[in-house]
Ligand binder design. Structure first.
Ligand SMILES: [Zn+2]
Length: 220
């Protein structure tokens, strides 16, 4: 039954995409739609009465959200960011502490746990060598270790706002296990881990506590 009179928005789809739907709690497709409000008489739009703004409509639950819903990464994007971050921490710790057998094995464990099941030890060592070579070139321009620092910033900082503190500490702990695989922390390893912790937006206190805790309960 059509209402006698009312105001309803009419929407026009401008773009399609994927987002994390707050209503569904998962990755869904959305329609980005611009809308205008129309005065309707007997169910017919007769007069535009204003702008309804731009919204994202979830194609699954059909609820509408503001464009700020796009600020949250999809679960798929978050997973990819997490893997990139784990790999960057692994390479930074190996670059700082050397590639003893224990460290290589611990590194491979973290990389595989991160879902890079296709990566093997020679590939990790090749990535490390490429990064170290690039670092030497950059080092002449910007100072020692700057390439690694840039790598850590690029990989960790975008992730930090989307990961709760225990998750960020877990990333640091994984790096610590690699450093500890061949004995106590070396000063360079501690520096690399602290740099990673800062990129993850952990306080100096949380960083030290995490490193001490990792040393107390070694990973096996
Ligand atoms: Zn939804």
């Amino acid at each position: 039954m059509a209402q006698l009179a009312g105001v309803r928005a009419r929407w026009r789809t401008e773009a399609l995409g994927e987002f994390f739907c707050p209503g569904c709690g998962g990755d869904r497709n959305y329609r980005r739609q611009g809308g205008r409000r129309w005065l309707r008489l007997l169910g017919l739009p007769v007069l535009p009465v204003g702008d309804a703004g731009t919204t994202l409509q979830c194609t699954a639950c059909r609820a509408r959200y503001g464009l700020d819903a796009l600020e949250r990464p999809t679960s798929g994007n978050l997973l990819a960011m997490l893997r990139t971050a784990q790999y960057a921490v692994v390479l930074a710790v190996l670059a700082a502490g050397g590639t003893s057998r224990g460290a290589r094995e611990a590194a491979l464990g973290v990389v595989h746990e991160a879902g890079h099941s296709d990566l093997d030890e020679p590939q990790i060592l090749a990535a490390l060598a490429a990064m170290t070579a690039a670092d030497e070139e950059l080092g002449e321009l910007y100072g020692c270790g700057s390439g690694l620092a840039v790598e850590l910033h690029t990989a960790l900082e975008p992730l930090a706002p989307h990961l709760a503190e225990p998750g960020r500490e877990r990333l640091l702990t994984q790096g610590a296990w690699i450093a500890l695989a061949d004995g106590p922390y070396r000063p360079a390893e501690q520096e690399a881990l602290r740099a990673a912790g800062r990129c993850l937006n952990l306080s100096a206190g949380r960083i030290e506590a995490t490193l001490v805790a990792a040393a107390r309960t070694p990973h096996s």
